[in-house]
Design a protein around this ligand. Structure first.
Ligand code: CAA
Length: 257
């Protein structure tokens, strides 16, 4: 499939989507988001892909939703328009998704990174929800995900006063997984994703689902859900293979079933 606003590639079992709107600092317009989701759906359905990486360029992961596209929107346009739903659709991708972030991850760009499962950042990454400067608030999960990640005090500063987090601060507050030198950020994210992609595919999907259930369910329901997923994995060949490989001191060979 050919795309205008993204570039897709693969590296072993890792599917990579790179935003390609550098002049607009990868501002997320409707077409870009549609292409992103189409590409992720293709990778999600491909048995040869185990994990995905979403990235931008060194200067910007994405500087937010496209302000020029939104500027004259009426509420009913926003309601009728599935644009913001794309961020929710990212949650429904079954395989793990890693955001490789350098430079600006602002507004909808920060929300997109947070909707991924893990974030690898360059030293120059900056995370922020500056919507207050536009007279609005985050609309694609920023008030919720940021607060769950970094806590109320800092989230309030970010949402109400447009405070940015450096990569080091984002790491310290648990928003991201690791910070790496800028020139290596994409290679490190792909390496990280490749390690994950080599693991048992069904367990990866269910592990992701179980962790994400924390955001959707009270503890008792989440624990019950985890237990059911745990039991379900005992119906897979990979569970038999993984335990047999451990007992016989050999490397497991995953079948993804
Ligand atoms: N939408 C549309 N265009 C954008 C953009 C955005 N979010 N961010 C940057 N651009 C464009 C600029 O308009 C500019 O285009 P022109 O050359 O045609 O003028 C180009 O990208 C380069 O930007 P700057 O000249 O501003 O670059 P800079 O290095 O001086 O500043 C910046 C960088 C601080 C990131 C600044 O561009 C900026 O503040 N951008 C907006 C960030 C923002 O407010 N994001 C939130 C958007 S709203 C949202 O995302 C809602 C939501 O929750 C879904």
């Amino acid at each position: 499939m050919s795309y205008e606003y993204i570039i897709t590639s693969t590296d072993g079992r890792v599917g990579i989507v790179q935003f390609n709107r550098p002049k607009a600092l990868n501002a997320l317009n409707r077409e870009l988001m549609a292409e992103l989701m189409a590409a992720l759906d293709v990778f999600d359905a491909d048995d040869d892909i185990g994990c995905m990486v979403i990235t931008g360029n060194e200067k910007a992961f994405a500087a937010g939703a496209d302000i020029k596209e939104m500027a004259n929107a009426a509420p009913v346009d926003m309601l009728d328009n599935p644009f913001i739903d794309y961020w929710d659709r990212l949650r429904r991708i079954g395989k793990p998704v890693v955001a490789a972030v350098s430079g600006f991850a602002l507004g909808g760009g920060c929300e997109l990174a947070m909707a991924c499962d893990m974030i690898i950042a360059s030293e120059t990454a900056r995370f922020g929800q500056p919507e207050i400067n536009l007279g609005i608030i985050p609309g694609a999960g920023g008030t919720q995900r940021m607060t769950l990640a970094v806590g109320k005090a800092l989230a309030m500063e970010m949402v109400l006063n447009g405070r940015f987090l450096t990569a080091a601060e984002a790491l310290q507050h648990g928003l991201i997984n690791r910070v790496v030198p800028t020139e290596l950020y994409l290679a490190e994210a792909i390496k990280f994703a490749a390690e994950i992609a080599a693991r048992a595919p069904v367990a990866l999907r269910l592990g992701k689902e179980a962790v994400n259930a924390v955001y959707e369910m009270p503890l008792q329901a989440g624990l019950a859900h985890e237990r059911r997923l745990f039991y379900m994995l005992f119906s897979t060949e990979d569970q038999k293979e993984g335990m047999d490989a451990f007992i016989n001191k050999r490397k497991p060979e995953w079948q993804g079933k």
